[in-house]
Design a protein around this ligand. Structure first.
Ligand code: FES
Length: 107
């Protein structure tokens, strides 16, 4: 069992410009920094929430992307300006930000 209540994985994949789209050139690094800043401003979360950079999460054409566990809530097309809303509403309040959620297509 994890010591964290929530664990956020933020895609920081960077592919060549001529390749498939990737999250870092689309703003993923700035998003990661903004999420870290948001968490940094909430010391009560420091030992309850982890934010970890990671490789490709899958929906590359929709990025920048992140996923929050244990709920398995996916977010796509997230900008740095959205970070505070995710921190306050989801990581503090426990309510996902519906307007940013990504739903995987049905097979
Ligand atoms: S490159 Fe970020 S989800 Fe694939």
């Amino acid at each position: 069992m994890s010591k964290f209540e929530r664990h956020v994985f933020v895609c920081l994949t960077q592919r060549p410009e001529t390749g498939k789209p990737s999250c870092t050139p689309r703003g993923g690094a700035a998003l990661f920094e903004a999420l870290q800043a948001g968490l940094g401003a909430r010391p009560e979360l420091w030992d309850r929430v982890a934010i970890t950079s990671c490789g490709c999460l899958g929906p590359c054409f929709e990025g920048p992307n992140l996923v929050v566990y244990p709920e398995g809530v996916w977010y796509a097309g997230v900008s740095p300006e959205d970070a505070d809303e995710i921190v306050e509403q989801h990581l503090v309040g426990g309510q996902p930000v519906d307007r940013l959620r990504y739903e995987w297509p049905e097979d």
